[in-house]
Design a protein around this ligand. Structure first.
Ligand code: ZN
Length: 270
């Protein structure tokens, strides 16, 4: 019986072994594994692209905002020159005197008849106009000393200090150390009264017609007294010493010192 039906039977003498099924299952699993890996890999790739796009977009947005606000992404190579400005007017003083640069000889011109006394051209012009205006009222403004080099100030400060046996501080009350005199700038001048020469470079100059005239008229010619009585800078009262403050350069040179012009303890108002 079995033989009669055998020819119709498919040749299954070797039924699938037990191991075949798991193999088939495994194959399915094995086949599905690459698919799963591909899918995971695609998801990772998509995620990475998304992250790259988002972060890239943020970077461009940041750069755009920096450009709008005028800030560059690269750090500044050097600090701003404004930041290097001295924060306090007292920082660069020596013995109460401010440091001043020496005016170039080429920018100086004479204000005296013998050409020995010189100022910067703009200050010299204004001084001559002031002399003429005073002269018209019978007052003689006599130039005594104006531009002084740093080496000349060396003599004025240290040699006289030694002769008079003064301390640095005592000397600095009446004379600036070399490099710290307003006379270096070519904008400062010591003025005497031509009719009262005995008061030259003396506090008594304040009693002369020349001083009275200067007090009333010097500002019209952009001159001001550098060291009024009781000035906060701590320099002895010098009624004969005036400085030109009538252009940008002189303003920039003297603006710090001007904060010390007024009296340290002004008389309280009633
Ligand atoms: Zn002087």
């Amino acid at each position: 019986m079995s033989n009669a039906s055998q020819p119709g039977k498919p040749p299954q003498e070797d039924p699938p072994s037990f191991d075949d099924i798991p193999i088939a299952v495994r194959e399915t699993v094995v086949e599905s594994k690459p698919k799963a890996r591909s899918l995971t890999w695609l998801l990772w790739l998509g995620g990475l692209i998304t992250i790259a796009l988002v972060s890239g977009g943020s970077w461009f947005a940041y750069q755009a905002s920096q450009v709008r606000t005028g800030v560059t992404a690269s750090p500044s190579p050097s600090p701003s020159p404004i930041a290097s400005v001295s924060p306090s007017p007292t920082d660069d003083r020596v013995l109460n005197h401010f440091a001043y640069p020496e005016a170039p000889q080429s920018e100086l011109e004479a204000v005296s008849a013998d050409d020995g006394i010189k100022m910067r051209s703009v200050a010299a012009k204004s001084f001559r106009e002031m002399v003429a205006a005073a002269s018209a009222e019978g007052v003689i403004l006599n130039p005594l000393s104006a531009f002084r080099s740093i080496s000349e100030q060396q003599q004025v400060y240290f040699n006289v200090k030694a002769e008079r046996a003064q301390t640095l501080e005592q000397r600095a009350l009446v004379s600036a150390p070399p490099g710290y005199s307003e006379h270096h700038t070519g904008y400062a001048i010591d003025i005497g009264d031509g009719n009262v020469p005995a008061t030259n470079l003396s506090p008594d100059f304040e009693n002369t017609p020349a001083f009275k005239w200067l007090n009333e008229n010097a500002t019209k010619f952009n001159f001001e007294m550098s060291f009024p009585r009781g000035n906060k800078q701590g320099v002895t009262y010098e009624p004969w010493h005036w400085r030109f403050v009538g252009d940008k350069a002189s303003l920039e040179l003297f603006y710090k010192a001007r904060e010390f012009q007024q009296q340290a303890s002004p008389t309280p108002s009633p």
